[in-house]
Each structure stands twice: as C-alpha cells, then as structure tokens.
Design a protein around this ligand. Structure first.
Ligand SMILES: NC(=O)c1ccc[n+]([C@@H]2O[C@H](COP(=O)([O-])OP(=O)(O)OC[C@H]3O[C@@H](n4cnc5c(N)ncnc54)[C@H](OP(=O)(O)O)[C@@H]3O)[C@@H](O)[C@H]2O)c1
Length: 436
C-alpha cells in the first residue's frame, strides 16, 4: 500500500513492549484509514529489543526483531525512529544519534525529556529535524499538540493537572475506604503501579511531566528537581474523610501558575472543591485544566497510560513526522527558554489556603497555643474544628483551615506546632486550591 504522498514512511522502533506493541497494533488495524486521512502511509520495518526470545502477542509477532540499535539508528531503510524503550541511557544517546543522522524521533519517554530536554531539542534544531513527544505526558491525551498548536495564539496563565494515573487510582480507592497500603497493592495487582512505585507515589513522575508542560505552556525551562514536590504517601483515610466533610476532594496536582513574583510551580496532594471537574476524574485517568487569556478554561481528560491510548499518541506523532519529511520541513522545536518567560519563584513564596490536621492530647490551653503560633507567623485561620472528644487518654483530632498564606510561613508555623508537648503525631498539612 502506498499513500497519496508517495512511498511509505518507514518506521524503526526502539522497544516493542507495552507502548511499542500498541503502536504496531494501531498501525495493523488502521494503516489504511491513517493513509487516507493524513496522506501518510506508515510501515514498521523492525524493532530493537533486549530479549528477542521473549513471547510477543498480537501484531507485534509479525515485527522483525534485532538486538542491535544501529540496525534502527543507522539503517538507510528507516526514515523515522520511535524511541519506546524508556529510561535515561541509552535512550538519550540513541535519540541524539538518530537526530544527528537526520532521522526525526518520536519518543514516549518523559524521564529522558525531563532530564535532557534542552540538549535533545537543541540537537533536533541543529539537525533541522523533528522530535515529537505527545505520549510522554498524559499518555493518550493530546495535551502537547494542544499547547503547541491549539493554544499557540493564546497566553496561558495557569495549568493544573492530574498528571499521574497511579496516584489518582490510589486516592480514589482511599476515598472509597481503603487504606494507603491496600490501595497501592490493588493498583499493583491491576498493573497501574510499578513494583517499585516510588516515582509515582512520591510525585516525581508528575514533576517530570509538569517540567515538560511548563516549558511548552510558559516557555520556562525548569528541571524537575527544582519543582517543590510532595507525594501521597503520608495521606491517611482520616485526611480524605475530612476533605469530604469540608466539601473537597484530595487529588495529587501539578500546578504551574503565573503569580505576582514569578511562576508558581509545585506538585502535591491538594484539596479541591468537590464540584470542580478535576475532582471527578476517575481511576487511573489523567486530566489537565488550562486557563488562558482568550479562551478561558479548557479541560483535557483521558487515559494517561496503556498500550492503545499511548500508542495512539505515538502514531499521531509519526504521522506528523512523516508529513514533515514528505514536505521537506521540520517543526519548530522550542530549544531554549523563550524571551520574557516567567522565572520560577521560590516555593516558600507560593500562597495558598491550607488544611491542617493535628492529633493532640486534650489538656487546657492547647488550642490557644496552636492559634498563637499561627498568629505569630501571620497565618489567619478560617475554621477550627475540634472533633468529638475521645475517651481519655485518646488523643483528639483538631482540624483547621487557613486563609491564603505563603508556604514558608505555614512551614514555620507547623514546625513550631510540631514541638508542642501535647502533639501526639506529626501534623498533616494539605494546600487547598479553590480552582476556577
Ligand atoms: N506503558 C505505558 O502506559 C506508558 C505510558 C506513557 C509513556 N510510557 C513510556 O513509554 C516508554 C516505554 O514504556 P513501556 O511501558 O512500553 O515499557 P516496556 O513494556 O518495558 O517496554 C520496553 C521495551 O524496550 C525494550 N528495551 C528496553 N531496554 C532496551 C535496551 N537497552 N535495548 C533495546 N531494547 C530495550 C524492551 O525489550 P524487551 O521487550 O526485549 O524486554 C521492551 O521491548 C517509557 O519511556 C515509558 O515511560 C509508557
């Protein structure tokens, strides 16, 4: 089969696992449709894998395999390289080598982009070639193309997202009554969480994605390790139940927002209004809410992982790479920080309202001491709820919400409260975002 535009675009895959398998399955099912619709006929010529004897299923069984990446990177019969192996090295080296050979690269690898985005984008610009990475952020949701193209005319003021499906699944299970450990075990059983879940539950995967989105949405280059990041491991069912009682849901959010003093960037569990669209994002889904000057609020939601959703993003990128090859041009990649891009502000200065949960031994003067510490740090309280008296000597939960205050002041107040002799457990602190 050949497309209206000429010979097929020959794709070489680095990796034929979950995502690679999804890509070949989609091309197997939709190759003709894609060629008719886009004028680009895509064919997979071979895939480099680690273990060629591993059993493959579906359309992947028909793909010729090699263990030699050069058979993809340097092969004259490969027009476009899809890097679907994951990890930093050798993925980074392979991407750079493909670009240096003039081969456009499509990658699903958020880790390599978060750490080496600038180097990779510069290499693409130097080679006048393309690097596409729709699948690297929020799997099947076309958020990268939306930021690059759909919103190209607009000025983005805020981007808030549920960027990690594993943690969303765990939080939903906890809301339904599970504790953290059993929710995590369930997620692992269903294949939503890795055997080592640290990157997901620690918020680092979300921070990687937020760094990439921030570059596209605001032009600001930031390394994920400069993003204030907190995961979900300290959350308890009590905190989620308090959120419900107060009219909120708890979601792990990545937040990038133009604020007075720069760009606010953070990843942390957050109380959001129960009626906000992000509050009802189900299971392992991802979602991103974008505020922009002309368009206002838009919401993008869908499957953030999985063979076919992620594969569909990779194939969309392959189509674009193929089109550009046919036309003899390359897309403009944002190699560096744009002029006038906002600077990342210090995490201590970011302001939000807070929920605080303290477990205290009941004794006279404890509440007065707590409120005094907040006042000393110029944090004003919105509500204070001392929950039902426990039978002595059980500690009593005190639930507090504050008005907006800088993170630095809240941190100082919490450290001082943590030293109170009546405190029976480390306090819980969760920012509250009254999202638009
Ligand atoms: N899974 C998802 O839903 C999802 C969603 C969004 C983004 N991503 C990203 O997509 C990428 C691929 O993920 P995946 O889930 O498809 O991974 P995977 O199932 O583990 O597949 C990785 C593939 O790469 C091959 N491979 C690994 N290291 C290699 C090496 N050094 N040389 C040659 N081949 C090598 C493996 O070979 P063998 O088959 O022989 O082991 C396998 O075919 C990652 O960057 C991931 O973050 C995945």
């Amino acid at each position: 089969m050949s497309s209206a535009g000429g010979n097929p675009i020959r794709v070489g895959l680095l990796g034929l696992g979950t995502v690679g398998g999804g890509v070949v399955e989609i091309l197997h099912r939709h190759r003709r449709l894609i060629a008719e619709r886009s004028g680009v006929d895509l064919t997979v010529v071979r895939a480099a894998v680690r273990s060629p004897r591993k059993k493959r299923t579906g359309a992947a069984t028909d793909v010729p395999l090699t263990t030699d990446p050069a058979a993809i990177l340097d092969a004259p019969d490969v027009d476009v390289v899809a890097e679907l192996m994951g990890g930093i090295e050798p993925a980074r080296a392979h991407i750079l080598r493909a670009l240096a050979q003039g081969k456009p690269v499509v990658t699903a690898n958020k880790a390599v982009l978060a750490a080496h985005r600038t180097e990779i984008f510069r290499a693409a610009a130097k080679a006048r070639s393309d690097v596409f990475f729709e699948a690297a952020v929020c799997g099947g949701i076309p958020i990268i193309r939306t930021l690059r193209e759909g919103l190209a005319s607009d000025r983005i003021t805020e981007l808030v997202g549920i960027l990690n499906g594993t943690t969303n699944y765990i939080l939903e299970a906890m809301r339904a009554g599970a504790d953290y450990a059993s929710a995590l075990k369930d997620a692992q059983g269903l294949g939503f969480a890795e055997a080592d879940p640290t990157l997901d539950v620690g918020g680092h995967d979300a921070a990687d994605k937020l760094a990439i989105l921030t570059h596209l949405a605001f032009g600001t280059v930031v390394s994920p390790d400069r993003i204030a990041t907190e995961g979900i491991t300290a959350l308890t069912p009590d905190v989620l139940a308090d959120a419900e009682r107060l009219g909120y849901r708890v979601k792990l959010l990545g937040i990038a927002r133009r604020a007075e003093g720069g760009l606010e960037l953070r990843v942390h569990p957050t109380f959001i209004p129960a009626e906000h669209a992000l509050a009802s994002v189900p299971g392992a889904y991802n979602a991103v809410a974008v505020q922009s000057d002309a368009l206002g609020t838009t919401l993008y939601q869908g499957a953030g992982a999985g063979a076919l959703p992620t594969g569909s993003s990779v194939v969309a990128d392959l189509i674009e790479a193929g089109r550009n090859l046919r036309a003899g041009l390359s897309g403009r990649v944002l190699a560096t920080q744009t002029a006038g891009a906002p600077r990342v502000m210090s995490a201590d200065k970011a302001r939000s309202a807070y929920y605080v949960r303290l477990l205290v031994r009941e004794q006279p003067g404890v509440l007065a001491a707590v409120t005094r510490i907040f006042a000393q740090n110029k944090v004003s309280l919105a509500t204070v709820l001392q929950r039902e008296r426990g039978a002595e000597p059980h500690p009593v939960p005190v639930v507090i919400t504050t008005h907006r205050a800088p993170a630095g002041a809240m941190g100082r107040a919490l450290r001082a409260i943590g030293k109170l002799e009546a405190l029976q457990a480390p306090p819980h602190l969760v920012p509250i975002e009254e999202l638009k």
